[in-house]
Every structure is written in C-alpha cells, then in structure tokens.
Design a protein. Structure first.
Length: 177
C-alpha cells in the first residue's frame, strides 16, 4: 500500500478518472463527472494498492474557521472513503492518521467534517457538535449567498492541538466544505 498527498492543482486526467471511479463505488448520489462539491480541496490524501488501484481518499482544505468568536486553524475533510472491497481492514484509519499527523506537524488545531454516519468517526476521537453554522452556499459553480442554520450534530470535530472547541456559532468564513 502507498499513501500519497497530492495537491489539487497537480491532479492529472488519469487520477481524476480514478477518483471519479472510487466516488462511483462509494457515493452513488455524488454529482456525475465531478470530483468535488462546491470548491476544490487544497490537497487529497490518497491510498493506493500495490497494483495501482486507488483504494481510499480524503479531500482536505486548510483554513481558518471562526469557532464561537475565536479564529482557529482547521483541516476540513470531505469525501472520506475507502473502496468497498477494502473496508474494515484499517485502511480508512490509516488515511485519517496520515491527515492527523500532518495536522500535528503543522500546528493545525482541529479536524472538521460533516457526516450523518458518525460511529466510525466517534471511534477515532471525533465529537459531534450541535451549534449553529454559517457558510457560503455554492451550487453549479455559482455563489448563492450565505446561510446560517443549525445542522443537528452533523458537524464532527477533533482537537489536534491543545485548544478545546468552544460553544457558539461556527462560521466557516467561506464554503462549508
């Protein structure tokens, strides 16, 4: 197995096809012909089988988020997945640990993600947050405006540094993920 961190701007056509294929097997309702939702991530943490098959994926953005009135640094994670043929073998945990190690190395304070299926993340130290959130809505490559709403426990947070997550409004200062 090989873990690779690939900056978004360097992803070529073949890797885009591999990511799209992985998304087809993991996210049946993901928009066709896309490998990101509202905005491209800064980089992706990828796991490849020794035969070259893409087995796992996490899209990552480094950003500042306003947490209860305090700016904090965070990696926002999206499109976390492992190909169905390779699940429950520790590969997802390995991917997440690679991202967390990178966060530690560069003093990133939190890992954030949105998930309806939270058990896997809770077992890896994430906690659900039930606060109001504010973000820029992007649809079909257009800014649609800023929305503020409570997404009951959909946001998952893991402290990587010494700071604790604060109660109060979570302002993403841009798109949600």
């Amino acid at each position: 197995m090989e873990l690779k961190r690939i900056e978004e701007y360097s992803i070529g056509a073949d890797l885009k096809l591999a990511i799209r294929g992985l998304f087809d097997s993991c996210f049946p309702h993901y928009p066709a012909n896309q490998i990101f939702m509202g905005q491209v991530p800064q980089f992706r943490q990828l796991l490849f089988h020794e035969n070259g098959q893409l087995m796992g994926h996490i899209a990552v953005d480094f950003r500042i988020v306003n947490n209860g009135g305090t700016p904090v640094s965070a990696f926002t994670l999206s499109d976390v997945c492992v190909h169905p043929d390779y699940r429950q073998q520790g590969f997802g945990t390995g991917l997440m640990e690679a991202v967390e190690s990178l966060a530690h190395a560069f003093d990133v304070e939190f890992l954030l993600l949105i998930s309806a299926d939270q058990d896997w993340y809770i077992h890896r130290g994430f906690s659900p947050v039930n606060e109001s959130m504010k973000w820029l809505v992007i649809r079909n490559a257009q800014s649609m405006g800023v929305i503020s709403r409570r997404m009951h426990s959909a946001l998952m947070v893991k402290a990587v540094g010494s700071r604790s997550w604060l109660p109060g409004l979570v302002d993403f200062l841009g798109p949600i993920f």
